[in-house]
Write a protein that binds this ligand. Structure first.
Ligand SMILES: NC(=O)c1ccc[n+]([C@@H]2O[C@H](COP(=O)([O-])OP(=O)(O)OC[C@H]3O[C@@H](n4cnc5c(N)ncnc54)[C@H](O)[C@@H]3O)[C@@H](O)[C@H]2O)c1
Length: 404
């Protein structure tokens, strides 16, 4: 069986390797030629996609990274794994999905099962993907969704042991998709319609957004009392039922938590429902870095003009170089806006917006730990007794006080 995957980012690469290792002939297509040539050399930025495995698969002709859509010809399955971001008005932007659909329409000449792994609102497969792929084509296409749940960098849950929710527009499509995913996923959940599967994905990430907003709000209340919200969360987490642990943070980042709930609120509005709670959670987490900057200002006596601050780790989470929607971007902007002189150190991001990561500076007035990658060596700050605040999520045991 030949599988083509459009989009070779976090989701597409993870799937490409999963499918190729299971015996499929995989074509991984991406418009980004630099990314494709990195992959061709066995170089990947995605945690869990190992160089030796890539090289082995490429050598055995089990995996072909390419920018040439012609290689899709003869595929049995085409998977869409392109970004579904939000536009400047925070509305769904399906441009990449539409482009991917048009490429399938143009290059596929034989019957194919089209599966979308891209996150979107209910009805995207039926009302957007299907008509765009089929437009003017004589090919017999079938369609399914199988929203990706990969958590890059998570060593416990991966593409194999995370249950996959699958559903097709026809029985044939559903069974085709179940057959495909069963070859490398241990557990499949068949949803009764693609809309259920699409909505389930939005619910999963909206659930996180709402709970993170709640715990961030609680953190603000506790800080007024001089109590650590992290300690409150640890105490509450001892309850064995009815409570789930979420930890305070400087905001949410990545391609999922800040984005997917906006797809839900967009869809809710479309069907005439006001999603008050989700809107509020989006707002709380979006404005969180600004609030944290204010708390830091207060902590430093109310004036941070000219204060030299350095941030350790700017990626949106530990262990990944992913800067998409990282709350550190807004935190830096706000601290600068308040008059501080902010620099950053992140050995795995290394360059962002044409700025390079600077070495940890022991002489700064305040160090802020945001994303404590294991690659960061905190010795310069330890040895110089640099004042440091730990803003990172969860336990870090670095020895500096947790601020949230
Ligand atoms: N990153 C995650 O952890 C994660 C988890 C679950 C679901 N998702 C969802 O999966 C989808 C993909 O996310 P991602 O994180 O892999 O994105 P990504 O940005 O890492 O990768 C997408 C890739 O698609 C390529 N691309 C864009 N348009 C294209 C086109 N028309 N043809 C070919 N290639 C194209 C881009 O160059 C990019 O390399 C999104 O809908 C996202 O919400 C992501």
């Amino acid at each position: 069986m030949k599988i083509s995957i459009i989009g070779q980012g976090y989701v597409g690469q993870t799937l490409a390797v999963g499918a190729a290792v299971s015996g499929y002939e995989v074509v991984g297509i991406d418009l980004n030629e630099a990314l494709v040539s990195d992959l061709g050399r066995g170089e990947s930025f995605v945690p869990g996609v190992e160089s030796e495995v890539l090289i082995k698969l490429i050598t055995e002709k089990a995996y072909l990274p390419t920018s040439d859509f012609k290689h899709m010809k003869g595929s049995n399955i085409v998977v869409i794994a392109v970004p579904t971001p939000i536009d400047k008005d925070r509305k769904p932007d399906l441009t990449a999905v539409m482009q991917a659909c048009k490429s399938i329409n143009k290059f596929i000449e034989e019957p194919v099962l089209v599966i979308s792994e891209s996150t979107s609102y209910p009805g995207t497969l039926r009302d957007v993907i299907k008509p765009t792929v089929e437009k003017g084509s004589k090919v017999n296409f079938t369609f399914a969704v199988a929203p990706e749940r990969v958590d890059p960098g998570n060593s416990k849950w991966n593409i194999t042991n995370t249950t996959r929710v699958v559903s097709g527009l026809t029985e044939e499509a559903t069974y085709g998709a179940i057959d495909f995913y069963s070859s490398f996923c241990k557990s499949i959940y068949r949803a009764s319609s693609p809309e259920v599967a699409e909505a389930a994905k939005l619910l999963e990430n909206t659930f996180r957004q709402v709970n993170i907003a709640l715990i961030n709000e609680v953190s603000d209340v506790m800080s007024r009392l001089g109590i650590s919200a992290n300690e409150v969360v640890s105490a509450a987490s001892t309850k064995p039922f009815g409570f789930m642990k979420f930890e305070p943070s400087i905001g949410v980042g990545g391609h999922c938590i800040p984005v997917d709930p906006e797809y839900l609120t967009y869809f809710a509005k479309k069907v005439g429902v006001e999603s008050k709670l989700t809107n509020l959670a989006n707002e709380i987490n979006l404005h969180r870095p600004k609030q944290i900057a204010q708390r830091i200002k207060k902590h430093l006596g109310g004036d941070i003009k000219g204060i030299r601050i350095q941030i350790a780790g700017i990626a949106y989470k530990t262990g990944v170089p992913d800067m998409r929607e990282s709350p550190a971007i807004e935190l830096i902007a706000e601290l600068n806006h308040l008059g501080a002189l902010v620099s950053w150190h992140d050995p795995i991001v290394s360059t962002f917006m044409a700025q390079k990561s600077l070495p940890l500076d022991p002489s700064i007035n305040l160090g802020l730990i945001v994303t404590p990658h294991s690659e960061i060596n905190f010795k310069p700050w330890e040895e110089a007794n640099t004042p440091v605040i730990d803003l990172s999520v969860g336990p870090t045991n670095l020895g500096w006080p947790k601020f949230l």
